[in-house]
Design a binder for this molecule. Structure first.
Ligand SMILES: *Cc1c(COP(=O)(O)O)cnc(C)c1O
Length: 407
């Protein structure tokens, strides 16, 4: 049998690699362990000095005016919508090519998610489609910096100019990405980052928000801890704190970040420039491996002095016209080749809750739906070796050759 027709493992052949290459592995070492142990020994576990240190460090890294740590990006996005005064009956425009939380938080506020289409090249919410989706009920737009590639926030701001519409950015993938020479979130009304286990920088679970508005920062400070007037650590750690009793100022949530998480985050942030450099190097190895591929087209990540990706995901678009299997079968076959793979994302309006609740027909976001049917995410994390990248690329090429649709 010719080399190009090697039998896939899913059909009984030998897998591309012997040992499974996981889709993700966090980069943690003794330094994170030591930092967490120090917090455990300090006697203060919840939001306190470490959280404040983490916030200051993020602020410096981003160059942002205000940063607040929270317990997830989902929590951050929810608070962003609260700050934007989104309420029952309002509409919030967002991308269909995103994770559940982006659409779900809109419904926490009893508002309606309105899906506008994305740019087929970057997967980011397209400002022209946002403009068309605007109505008198629109209260906010939630763009997603898909895969770490900056969405065109300036164009989205222009699209909503003159209207009482806020831009709340889902920057879960884009910590450290930059556009027009500024890091994402540096000059935002509101941007929420995720420090979930699989994200670029992790605290296990966690997140943060950046804002240029003092009043938004104060509101988040209050809302992230039950709507209380001051924080526990001030009451318990500061002997000069004048006890005035606690006051619930408005209905808040339990969205605060713990010092254990923050300790992890501080160490991760120190390493972060190296993480980004490693991610870029790995993406370049993949790009080189797929340059001539007939089966996949990788997404292009920008990297210039003014505009750069955070390289969160290495996404390839399958050339389904040339293949006789579906994307889901392709992912399954990759797993059998011992290559961890994933999908970001199945279009949100295709999920059963969204179908039942909003009943959007296929065709309502053609570019997002097309990407939804062909994207595959390959492993991308700092500790990968060049041979890991070569194995993942070889497995993709092997499957493409074998499942080639003959004319
Ligand atoms: C991971 C992710 C989130 C949610 O982040 P959490 O920190 O887990 O709440 C939101 N949006 C996108 C696009 C994500 O990938």
């Amino acid at each position: 049998m010719a080399l190009s027709r090697k039998l896939p493992a899913i059909c009984g052949g030998f897998p591309t690699r012997k040992r499974f290459l996981p889709f993700h592995r966090p980069s943690l070492d003794r330094r994170e362990e030591r930092a967490v142990c120090a917090v455990l020994r300090s006697g203060w576990l919840t939001t306190g000095p470490k959280t404040h240190e983490f916030e200051d460090r993020i602020k410096n890294y981003l160059g942002a005016r205000y940063v607040k740590a929270v317990n997830s990006c989902t929590a951050g996005l929810h608070l962003g919508l609260l700050c934007a005064e989104v309420g029952p009956g309002d509409e919030v425009i967002t991308s269909p090519l995103t994770f559940a939380s982006t659409g779900n938080v809109i419904q926490y506020q009893r508002a309606r998610p309105v899906f506008a289409d994305v740019d087929p090249d970057t997967g980011a919410l397209d400002a022209a489609h946002v403009r068309r989706a605007l109505t008198a009920k629109t209260k906010a737009v939630v763009p997603v910096h898909y895969a770490g590639i900056p969405a065109d926030i300036a164009a989205i701001r222009r699209a909503v100019r003159g209207r009482p519409v806020r831009v709340v950015e889902d920057a879960a993938h884009a910590f450290g990405a930059a556009d027009r020479g500024e890091k994402i979130g540096r000059n935002s009304y509101f941007a929420a980052y995720s420090f979930y286990a699989t994200k670029n920088l992790t605290t296990g679970e966690g997140g943060a928000i950046a804002t240029r508005s003092k009043s938004v920062a104060q509101r988040v400070e209050c809302l992230r801890l039950h709507g209380l007037s001051h924080h526990a650590w001030k009451r318990y750690l500061d002997k000069n704190f004048k006890y005035r009793g606690l006051e619930v100022k408005e209905l808040g949530y339990k969205y605060n970040c713990s010092d254990v998480q923050a300790a992890l985050g501080c160490v991760q942030l120190e390493k972060y420039p190296r993480f980004l450099a490693a991610r870029r190097r790995i993406a370049q190895w993949y790009d080189a491996a797929f340059r001539e591929s007939e089966w996949v087209r990788p997404l292009t990540h920008p990297f210039s002095s003014t505009r750069r990706s955070a390289y969160h995901l290495y996404v390839v678009k399958l050339c389904l016209e040339k293949l006789k299997i579906t994307r889901d079968q392709f992912v399954q076959a990759l797993q059998k080749e011992n290559i961890g793979a994933s999908v970001h994302f199945k279009a949100l309006h295709f999920h059963s809750w969204y179908r039942k609740r909003f009943g959007l027909p296929p065709g309502s976001c053609p570019a997002g739906e097309d990407l939804s049917s062909r994207v595959v995410s390959l492993p991308l994390y700092p500790d990968m070796r060049r041979s890991d990248v070569q194995d993942a690329a070889a497995a993709v090429q092997k499957l493409g050759c074998y499942f080639h649709r003959k004319r």
